[in-house]
Design a protein around this ligand. Structure first.
Ligand code: AMP
Ligand code: GLY
Length: 423
């Protein structure tokens, strides 16, 4: 039996907690800091994800045996190393890589170097530091538009710029390198070749040697219908993804997943947890756009619906070195999630709007992303709720979420009605 602590407070963590709560080997589930949604299925603990000291004390006092790290931030900051550096919790299993492995997400240059070293298909690139601004400007003149500029470090999903105009690209490069547009995250900038295709998120769970593939998903990142307008954290997701057929997934496995896991092992990087491959399908050939060292949001809100296997059994596979013996069984149904966001998001928006009607939703699962409870349920972020549904195919699942959403309301609520439009 397991006592679990999930770190995080978004829809991803609510979906992970929802799945963990269904496990036959769960003794007790804690979520720190959690949200009103996770509070209905486990016990929320008021500790922030980067308060390592308090997290460790809580783990010791409550005999936690598995700690699941939801977001990338604490991983990149080294929470895994920190926790295991204490004899009292030597046997704790942390789901999420150590600091070195987390660099796959924490530094674009590190991940590009890793891919180059292990011959994993990705866009051609060059990295420039502050001192190399002039070389960077000259490099932009040599390559063709569109120009892809990426802040090396974590920039809360905002550090990637895609520009069509050379002068604009040069100006942005200056802003990033010289004027710290993304703070220290842009003290180095990766300039890479633009790849044209459709994106897909592929997830594995790994113990650093063996891996199991989880259901793939497609995230709809733009705020507007028809994939127009500003980038967001994700406005909805579907699974399965029709173009990620057997042939494509074989290529993903052979060219990307296997060389990545083998590469980690070869480089002596201990890695346990999730790997999120942000891929792009260029005329049937998969390329890596980015690695993330955690699950995706809102992808988790569909992936967990489609995962039939007991998630704690997979975590146990990591804890006891038996992952290779575990099976990932899938629900035959499709799934879709639609995000309800605050009007104005991803620009400025208001919080604290009363949310009504969730209790009337019977045919969908409502995951909380940015909510809080003070006498009533209030919005507390840009992304507020993820409404997830099963369906006979992804479009049917989207329709079911749309029907459920009609029952929910808060002032200036916005959502995309066209999730899955391109399928
Ligand atoms: P990233 O943070 O690296 O995932 O980049 C954010 C988004 O920018 C991706 O989801 C893609 O839509 C886009 N993007 C990043 N790199 C490229 C590229 N080399 N070619 C085309 N689009 C890209
Ligand atoms: N939905 C994309 C991400 O979680 O990074």
């Amino acid at each position: 039996m397991h006592t679990i602590l999930v770190l995080g407070s978004g829809g991803r963590e609510h979906a992970l907690a929802w799945k963990i709560a269904q496990s036959s080997t769960l003794r007790k589930l804690y979520i720190a800091p959690g949200n009103p949604g996770t509070g209905t299925i486990g016990e929320n603990v008021n500790i922030a994800v980067n308060d390592f000291k308090k997290i460790k004390e809580f783990i010791i006092e409550n005999n936690i045996d598995i700690c699941v790290v939801g977001p990338e931030d604490p991983l990149v900051n080294g929470i895994h190393d920190y926790l295991l550096n204490d004899k009292r919790i030597e046997n704790l299993t942390v789901i999420g890589p150590k600091k070195e492995g987390a660099q796959l997400e924490g530094s674009k240059d590190y991940s590009k170097e890793f891919m180059k070293r292990h011959k994993i298909p990705t866009a051609k690139y060059k990295t420039f530091s502050v001192k190399e601004l002039n070389e960077g400007l000259k490099y932009l003149e040599k390559i063709k538009a569109p120009y892809v500029l990426k802040a090396d470090g974590l920039a809360a999903g905002k550090g990637v710029l895609i520009l069509n105009d050379l002068d604009e690209a040069k100006e942005e490069l200056k802003q990033m390198l010289k004027h710290a547009k993304f703070g220290s995250a842009s003290s180095s900038v990766v300039i890479e070749e633009f790849l044209s295709g459709i994106e897909v998120s592929v997830f594995v769970i790994t113990d650093g040697k063996n891996y199991k593939i989880l259901p793939e998903a497609k995230d709809y990142k733009r705020i507007g219908e028809g994939d127009k307008g500003l980038n967001t954290g994700g406005m909805g997701a579907i699974s399965p993804v029709p173009f990620a057929n057997e042939l494509f997934m074989e290529k993903v496995k052979d060219r990307i997943i296997k060389p990545t896991v083998r590469g980690l092992h070869k480089d002596g990087i201990e890695y346990q947890g999730f790997i999120f491959f942000g891929l792009i399908n260029v005329k049937g050939e998969p390329y890596v756009i980015e690695y993330n060292v955690r699950m995706g949001d809102p992808e988790t809100e569909v992936v967990m619906l489609r995962l039939k296997s007991d998630l704690l059994d997979l975590f146990e596979g990591i804890a006891t070195n038996t992952l290779s013996e575990k099976d990932v069984l899938l629900d035959p149904r499709s799934a879709a999630a639609i995000m309800l966001v605050s009007g104005g998001y991803p620009n400025s928006y208001q919080k604290g709007k009363e949310i009504t009607g969730i209790e009337n939703v019977k045919d969908s699962i409502v995951f909380h992303s940015g909510t809080k409870f003070t006498s009533s349920l209030l919005s507390n972020g840009g992304r507020v709720l993820a409404v997830s549904s099963y369906g006979k195919d992804p479009i049917d699942a989207v329709q079911r979420s749309l029907t459920s959403i009609k029952k929910i309301n808060f002032s200036k609520m916005y959502y995309r009605k066209d999730i899955g439009f391109d399928l």
